[in-house]
Ligand binder design. Structure first.
Ligand code: DGJ
Length: 711
């Protein structure tokens, strides 16, 4: 098949099926009652399968007390078709034209792409559903065009709704809080809806726009699992609906506030992209397919072009207490332990001596840096490091020159008083003049200084997102942000940008289309980080995951964890350090330097290998990163809690070449105290390591081992 699709028995009435294939997945789209719908989304089907078999297998008789013919669960389930569940589109013109009944009028087929146009002349509605298969990941959007003669108010519009087989009965949601992002929570599905809404205006810490849906007993390595994600950095709604007739589906959409979307005649609205993939190799299979998709994107290639530089970030060392001499001394210590990029965090500009003032004034503070940032940057570069800078352009402190000059530039809902939130207000990026000003301010910095990296932060919710004309402006803000980021990237293509929002509050494929790294969480507590990073890894690969070695006593949890553990956790991401290096003792400094060296020795593998999370014993966190060709692997094994028995369970590895022999070596920690027959390593067959596993040593809680395996 030249284009990766197959069209069957096409007739004028579109009674056809269309097929998209990846290496591991197949999607079959069928036209049912005049509307396109997913007939099959699952593991790869045989090339020669006659697709009509799928409809024959799914055919159902008339149900009791039900319509004679079921209304289709189409890409956009429609009120006008009598769909008994949640419609994919809710729109009207002053209460009229609400029952859309758009029928297919055109199908376009391209390489791994299908586009279906449906029209409802009576209600002036056109829908275009576009599906692309990128590797094994489906990326799909819905576009609505107002073909009527009056404005159309859109209450919601979902990208194509995707049915789930009835035997997929469990949802895993990703929830959390500041400093505790990406926590998994399992939910059994029952009749009705599993609903998660986010109205914080940014992707959020507590309602990550993604979910897994799995069949009973699926785990990391086995069973059917689906992954879904909405590539959008604002308000969203995730719905998994189970109808009384047993049909089940996933809808993910941008959440529009009242009146936020009003389409003039001829105007269109395109949804954010819903991403989905499916695997019968369990949750791990889904994650690896998401990772492969992200890694194959054109915008990812620049990250592969050079090793991801090890960071030093000034935040937890100095907070707002900037002093050039101290920062230069930190830069020297950072370079000495192997850092390659020095990032100057919050506090360098305007009157920003605390979080109460200065946001919005993006001029270097003459009080703190009388000669500008030049001397510090020169020092950093003379030590062989790149320089990075923190900014938060979407915000203003009321105590700032910017706010005094333009109090009308912030989002607000008068007469309600503005809700305090870290002493700052959100600028309205829906306004062209705000976007222009922030673009110019950031561009001026990039033009003046050799800045390799921007940490783009965003530290409050859009709690009262009223825009200039009094209308809700949350969606316009996100689109405005995307526009400014795109413009900066076009003008300064070499500058990397990090997406940070009080840690991991803005991690999604939408913002990642214009950024290069996510600040995963403000928590540098190595044990908390293990679960945060594990959650994050369900969607994102290691090279996008900012992971820093924190101070001896974690500033957020107050917990004191050893340097070898802190290194072992940070080493598996885009590694960095965020601590006052002057406070570390000689042993900690030596261990840190050894950890950075270990990361550098293996970062090519960490940043390109296939992640295999391991279903280890309770209280143990384990995973392997295996080279694409199976030639080597790095295995992380952390004792999080004391074990009940004398010994931990054997650890079964995953992802190795079963037929190959591997040389196993313990490469971390630098001083392993435990008595253990395998401490000097050995040579083992991949099949034995995966089927029988090996006996780990007895370890204190808070101890991590890293193994290297070489074929
Ligand atoms: C929140 C970020 O997550 C931190 O890393 C730090 O940059 C602070 N903001 C600075 O205000």
């Amino acid at each position: 098949m030249p284009f990766g699709y197959r069209k069957l028995s096409m007739t004028a009435s579109f009674s056809a099926a269309y097929r998209l294939d990846g290496a591991n997945v197949t999607m079959v789209v069928e036209v049912i009652a005049g509307t396109p719908a997913v007939r099959y989304w699952g593991p790869r089907l045989p090339d020669d399968l006659v697709l009509e078999e799928l409809s024959a297998l799914a055919a159902r008789a008339e149900a009791n007390a039900s319509p004679a013919v079921e209304a289709p669960l189409a890409f956009t389930p429609q009120a006008g078709q009598g769909f008994p569940g949640r419609p994919g589109l809710a729109a009207h013109r002053g209460g009229l034209d609400w029952a859309s009944y758009a029928l297919l009028v055109d199908v376009e087929q391209g390489a791994s792409r299908l586009a279906f146009t449906s029209r409802d002349e009576a209600h002036g509605i056109e829908l275009v559903h576009e599906l692309r298969l990128l590797g094994d990941v489906l990326a799909a959007t819905t576009k609505l065009i107002n073909r009527g003669t009056a404005a159309l108010q859109v209450d919601h519009l979902a990208p194509p709704v995707i049915p789930l087989p009835g035997f997929v009965g469990e949802v895993i949601g990703f929830e959390g809080r500041w400093s505790g992002e990406f926590q998994l929570r399992r939910h059994q599905l029952s009749m009705g809806s599993w609903l998660r809404e986010n109205r914080r205006g940014r992707t959020s810490h507590d309602a990550f726009p993604g979910l897994f849906a799995i069949e009973r007993d699926a785990n990391e390595t086995r069973g059917l699992a689906y992954g879904f994600h909405l590539g959008w950095s604002g308000n969203h709604r995730l719905v998994v609906e189970t109808l009384a007739d047993g049909r089940r589906s996933v809808a993910m959409e941008a959440l529009y506030l009242p009146g936020e979307i009003m389409l003039a005649p001829g105007e269109g609205l395109e949804t954010p992209v819903i991403y989905s993939t499916v695997s019968d190799a369990g949750l791990g299979g889904v994650s690896r397919q998401f990772h492969a998709y992200l890694r194959a994107r054109p915008e990812h290639q620049r990250l592969r072009a050079k090793p991801r530089p090890v960071h030093y970030n000034s935040w937890e060392a100095v907070y707002f207490d900037h002093d050039t001499a101290k920062l230069m001394a930190l830069a020297e210590r950072a370079a000495a332990v192997g850092v390659e990029r020095f990032v100057l965090d919050d506090g360098w500009f305007g009157s920003r001596r605390s979080d109460r003032a200065g946001l919005g004034d993006w001029q270097v503070s003459p009080d703190v840096y009388p000669e500008g940032l030049g001397p510090l940057i020169e020092k950093v570069r003379s030590l062989g490091m790149e320089f990075g800078l923190w900014v938060e352009p979407e915000m203003a402190n009321p105590d700032s020159d910017l706010y005094c000059a333009h109090p009308e530039w912030v989002l607000a809902t008068p007469p309600a008083p503005k809700i305090p939130f870290r002493h700052q207000l959100a600028l309205d990026f829906g306004r062209a003049e705000v976007r222009e000003r922030m673009y110019l301010d950031v561009a001026a910095l990039l033009e003046e200084y050799p800045i390799a990296y921007l940490k783009w932060d965003m530290n409050r919710d859009l709690s009262q997102p009223g825009g200039a004309d009094g209308r809700a402006g949350a969606t316009a803000h996100v689109k405005g942000l995307y526009e400014v980021l795109d413009r900066l990237r076009a003008a300064f293509p070499a500058v990397e940008i990090e997406s940070c929002a009080s840690g991991g509050g803005r991690a999604d494929f939408g913002v990642l289309a214009r950024t290069d790294r996510v600040w995963t969480s403000d928590s540098n507590d190595a044990l908390d980080r293990l679960s945060i990073q594990r959650g994050f890894s369900h969607f994102f690969p290691a090279e996008l995951m900012g992971a820093h070695v924190g101070p001896t006593r974690c500033h957020i949890t107050g917990r004191q964890l050893s340097m070898p553990l802190r290194v072992a956790t940070a080493l598996f991401g885009h590694m960095g350090i965020e601590a006052d290096l002057g406070e570390l003792d000689a042993q900690e400094t030596a261990d840190l330097a050894a950890g950075v060296a270990l990361h550098k020795a293996h970062r090519a593998l960490i940043h390109s290998g296939a992640l295999h999370r391991i279903d280890a014993a309770e209280g143990v966190n384990a995973f392997a990163i295996v080279a694409e060709d199976g030639s080597e692997a790095l295995v992380s094994y952390t004792m999080v809690e004391e074990q009940r028995g004398y010994f931990a369970e054997p650890l079964r590895l995953a992802g190795l070449d079963p037929a190959a022999d591997y040389e196993l070596k313990v490469v971390w920690p630098p001083r392993l105290k435990a008595e253990w027959p395998l401490r000097d390593g050995g040579r083992f067959r991949g099949a034995a390591l995966m089927q029988a596993g090996f006996q780990p040593p007895r370890l204190h809680p808070g101890t991590a081992l890293i193994f290297h395996l070489k074929r």
